[in-house]
Design a protein around this ligand. Structure first.
Ligand code: SF4
Ligand code: SF4
Length: 169
């Protein structure tokens, strides 16, 4: 079969010479490469002591935003979920009751809002689709975990704290 590129290298099937069978030249060559790399710039980062700089266009974990008065911006319109190519977002809407005007900006709000971070591909489409400035992707990333269910982030994980309130650990 004809090769599509000229990158293929034919395998050398000649019997090994006496010097090759001693392996010493190959060991010396390998050690030379190892020593050469000792004095070269390290390409690894000792995380978590050292952290790499993020690209200016990095997209990480989501947050649900509040307005200047601390009310939730999200109106559970579902546009973020519809635009999500990974189908990572689920939500349940609810009607705002009298007396809850200080909690929710509009008549409808997301009683439940979840993002499955294992499905999310951090494309940012949800942020672009949101007409209420309610969802943003930040520069932090999901910490590692042993349980799959820990990667389903609920509203309590995503919503930014009320002004003066600390986020739960
Ligand atoms: S960043 Fe992309 S994949 Fe992740 S939840 Fe938003 S739209 Fe879905
Ligand atoms: S985050 Fe934005 S797009 Fe998604 S449901 Fe809430 S208001 Fe609609």
């Amino acid at each position: 079969m004809q090769a599509l590129t000229n990158r293929a290298k034919p395998v050398d099937r000649r019997p090994m010479t006496f010097v090759e069978r001693m392996y010493l030249p190959a060991i010396a060559k390998g050690m030379a490469i190892t020593f050469k790399h000792i004095f070269q710039k390290k390409e690894v980062v000792s995380y978590p002591e050292q952290k790499r700089e993020f690209s200016p266009v990095f997209r990480g974990l989501h947050v649900l935003n509040r307005d200047a008065e601390g009310r939730e911006n999200c109106t559970a319109c579902g546009l973020c979920a519809v635009s999500c190519p990974a189908e990572a977002i689920t939500m349940e809407g609810a009607e705002r009751k009298p007396g809850e005007e200080h909690l929710y900006r509009e008549e409808k709000y997301a009683a439940r809002y979840e993002i499955n971070m294992l499905r999310c591909i951090f494309c940012g489409f949800c942020e672009e689709a949101c007409p209420k400035d309610a969802i943003y992707l930040t520069e932090t990333f999901a910490p590692s975990n042993y349980k799959r269910e820990s990667f389903i982030y609920g509203k309590e994980d995503l919503l930014i704290p009320m002004p003066g309130e600390k986020k739960k650990a």
